[in-house]
Write a protein that binds this ligand. Structure first.
Ligand code: HEC
Ligand code: HEC
Length: 343
């Protein structure tokens, strides 16, 4: 018996008689596992808090941020952070000089106004933290601290919060916090923050034969439905939260899809392709329907394999496809096979 098998046998034995006290377990069971090393913990412990606890030292200029932005972010968020295509706009927005002085963006209370990230976010640490952990969408956690500083600086400059020659660093980020347009916009006066706070929703512990009004009272008002374009046509179509139809549907539009080989949606999702490609119609990149059409019957498996691995531009337009080098060979082969499948 391998030592692993012996360990698991002991482990199971330990559980079967699960009322045994810890001292009844064989030594080997108690020996299972080890404390995480300081290095392992620090790899997970990356949050940056509003008081800047957790923020790594470093700096980055607006100018460097602009270069990085154009290379890695603009294709989804627009050159000026104002695109509403892949996600709602980050910059642009209805912010007045009075808002800047008050630290509260007044137009946020107008339900008809499109809300952008810089209008809403109260703490600059959140911007730093989010970009650091989640962006670029196709390669999260690939940015160095200095690059994150530069990108945050560039976004702040686009929002007129700092000047073009600004260099953001761990030493001056607290000063920037004092300039955030909605810095006084965060409310903590509700149940999410304090046990004694006003609850956001009225809950009930009742699960059976309840005398509780279950009418749904929360809804998106009509005028706000399509504020960010038709969600159904956007990226979230493929995500865990499929986009809902927010644009009015004309009765002429019928969901008609030609019967063809089922798309390997899980592979497309898992490898980040769905961020830029839809099954039908262009998004950041061409639709897979157009790609399949273009290469139908051609001997281009090697060409497409190379393009997916190494990226490139110019075939469909000037927008580049980034190298998707992290995608495993098996997945690339599956995707190329599907793209070239004839039907
Ligand atoms: C492939 C498309 C794509 C690329 C490239 C990309 N993003 Fe994003 N970004 C998204 C999507 C989609 C979201 C929303 C994610 C979500 O809500 O889960 C998002 C969200 C954000 C947000 C949060 C906005 C908010 O209000 O919550 C910021 C900030 C951001 N991105 C910055 C960046 C930066 C900086 C880069 C470049 C380093 C970048 N993004 C590259 C698609 C992209
Ligand atoms: C950040 C956006 C982005 C991501 C992520 C992305 N693509 Fe693309 N893709 C593009 C763009 C833009 C083009 C058009 C490039 C051109 O014009 O040469 C493209 C083109 C293609 C083409 C056509 C190539 C040609 O030369 O005709 C294929 C096939 C393709 N992508 C597959 C994939 C697959 C598979 C994935 C996931 C592993 C993926 N893409 C991820 C943006 C992206």
């Amino acid at each position: 018996m391998s030592s692993w098998a012996r360990w698991s046998a002991l482990f199971i034995a330990g559980f079967c008689c699960s009322l045994a006290a810890a001292s009844d377990y064989p030594e080997a069971v108690l020996d299972i596992g080890r404390p995480a090393t300081a290095e392992e913990v620090s790899a997970w412990d990356i949050d940056v808090r509003p008081d800047f606890k957790g923020l790594p030292a470093g700096s980055g200029s607006v100018e460097d941020g602009e270069t990085l932005w154009l290379e890695q972010c603009a294709l989804c968020h627009g050159d000026f952070g104002d695109s509403n295509e892949v996600f709602s706009p980050i910059v642009l927005g209805n912010v007045t000089d009075e808002d800047m002085t008050a630290g509260r963006v007044a137009s946020l209370t107008d339900p008809a106004v499109v809300r952008t990230t810089l209008m809403k976010v109260a703490t600059v640490s959140t911007l730093w933290d989010y970009i650091n952990r989640a962006m670029p969408w196709n390669a999260p956690k690939s940015l160095s601290p200095d690059e994150v500083y530069a990108l945050v600086a560039y976004l702040l400059q686009l929002g007129y919060i700092v000047d073009y020659d600004f260099v953001l660093s761990d030493e001056n980020i607290a000063d920037v916090q004092a300039l955030m347009p909605n810095r006084n916009g965060m409310t903590m006066d509700h149940g999410l923050w304090s046990v004694g706070g006003e609850p956001d929703v009225v809950g009930s512990a009742c699960t059976r034969d309840c005398d509780v009004d279950t009418t749904v009272t929360s809804f998106i008002p009509d005028y706000a439905m399509n504020a960010h374009g038709n969600l159904k046509d956007q990226v979230r179509d493929y995500g865990p939260f499929p986009g809902v139809q927010t644009a009015p549907v004309s009765s002429a539009v019928v969901e008609s899809q030609p019967a063809e080989a089922a798309a390997p949606e899980a592979t497309l999702m898992a490898n980040g392709c769905s961020g830029c490609h839809r099954l039908e119609g262009a998004l950041v990149g061409p639709g897979f329907d157009a790609i399949r059409e273009r290469y139908r019957g051609q001997d281009v498996a090697d060409y497409l394999t190379d393009k997916i691995k190494n990226g490139g531009s110019g075939v469909w337009g000037s927008m580049p496809m980034p190298p998707m080098a992290q995608v495993e060979d098996g997945a690339v082969a599956e995707l190329v096979g599907w793209l070239l499948e004839t039907n």
